[in-house]
Design a protein around this ligand. Structure first.
Ligand code: 5AD
Ligand code: SF4
Ligand code: FES
Length: 343
């Protein structure tokens, strides 16, 4: 079991193999997605998340359409190739319509040059379809854990937080034609190594095109702050995340794997390390600086004091440091998805 505390040389070997496989199948190339965290309003109460509905200390915001389009334009001008529109979960006709017209507006103003990934949680099949038809082509919906029992422990037990519904949404997304991305958190309370192994098998089994996974980190204004002392030490959560990325790269050589910001919250060069062991996607934040402090899912979230310009040059330097080439101006679709379509 490579996820367990392996010997030093096994660990090094695992990371090296993953790196070789990555270079062979997707190249030593990194694709960028300008991340627009356009609203922190959320109807849910996930026990781990800093912007959960019951956290009254968060100042809620919702970018205007102009602000969103201007953030997308920043990504376009900086040749990022793609954006991610991310928000808390809101299910309403107004929200659904608004996102639909925003997608169309971004496609229009960018002359179809920007690829669009959505990360707006669970929605109806009809909404997913509208957004796909409007021009979004990738969707991220993390399963958080593939173990239903664990899922039920990290969410309130009501119909808003149903494991079955989450699974069904992933199925809808696939049916609509999206490249689907899912992911999990590593080092959650009550989580064991077998759960993580099952998570990898789950991702392989549902045949994902993209993955974003990161270490679980405490947010002080959440019910899970109480477990701070009983979690795996931060360095172990970090190592385990790197191992999960490496193993997934070996299991699914041609998918897109994101190097997540949460890794950098533990290690200053955490995202670079993930790139070295298999990740190939980075999401520089393009949300206007003034809002960033209010999109804190966990403590010490990086890039909250910076703005889009700072993140842009920072990423460039960081990728140079690890010798990865940034593919500017490319959508960077999942090769796995493209190959499936060709069959
Ligand atoms: N630590 C790490 N990741 C978190 N997320 C939410 N809260 C936390 C936290 N405390 C992740 C979840 C969610 C994504 C948007 O952020 O996996 O799907
Ligand atoms: Fe809302 Fe997502 Fe946070 Fe859950 S994890 S409270 S759905 S923003
Ligand atoms: Fe945002 Fe480095 S990527 S400051």
């Amino acid at each position: 079991m490579l996820l367990l505390n392996s010997k030093e040389d096994e660990y090094t070997q695992l990371l090296r193999t993953a790196s070789e496989i990555k270079n062979k199948h997707v190249g030593n190339i990194v694709y960028l997605r300008g991340l627009i965290e356009f609203s922190n309003i959320c109807s849910k109460n996930c026990y781990y998340c800093g912007i959960r509905k019951s956290n009254k200390k968060v100042q809620r915001y919702n970018l205007t359409d102009e602000e969103i389009i201007s953030a997308a334009n920043f990504a376009l001008q900086h040749n990022y190739g793609s954006i991610v529109l991310q928000s808390g979960e809101v299910q309403s006709k107004v929200f659904s319509k608004r996102i639909e017209s925003l997608i169309k507006a971004i496609k229009r103003t960018s002359d179809n040059k920007l690829g669009i990934t959505l990360s707006c949680g669970e929605q109806s099949e009809e909404t997913y379809k509208r957004w796909f038809d409007a021009g979004a082509h990738r969707y991220l919906l993390r399963i958080e854990t593939s173990n239903k029992e664990l899922y039920d422990k990290i969410h309130p037990s009501d119909s808003l937080h149903s494991f079955e519904n989450r699974l069904e949404c992933i199925h809808f997304l696939k049916k609509c034609g999206y490249q689907i991305g899912t992911g999990i958190m590593i080092g959650l309370p009550f989580q064991c190594i077998e759960d993580l192994a099952d998570d990898l098998l789950f991702m392989k089994d549902i045949d994902i095109d993209m993955c974003g996974m990161g270490p679980f980190l405490i947010h002080n204004e959440t019910p899970f702050a109480q477990y701070d002392d009983s979690l795996l030490p931060l360095n172990e959560r970090f190592e385990l995340t790197l191992k999960m990325i490496a193993l997934l790269r070996i299991m699914m050589p041609d998918i897109n794997i994101a190097s997540t910001t949460a890794l950098q919250a533990i290690d200053k060069i955490g995202r670079e390390k993930a790139i070295q062991v298999g990740a190939n996607i980075i999401m520089p934040n393009v949300t206007p600086g003034i809002y960033r402090n209010n999109y804190k899912l966990y403590e010490n979230k990086p890039c909250t004091d910076e703005d889009a310009v700072e993140c842009s040059s920072c990423i460039e330097i960081r990728m140079k440091l690890v010798g990865a080439e940034i593919a500017y101006g490319k959508w960077g679709d999942s090769m796995h998805f493209k190959q499936k379509k060709n069959i």
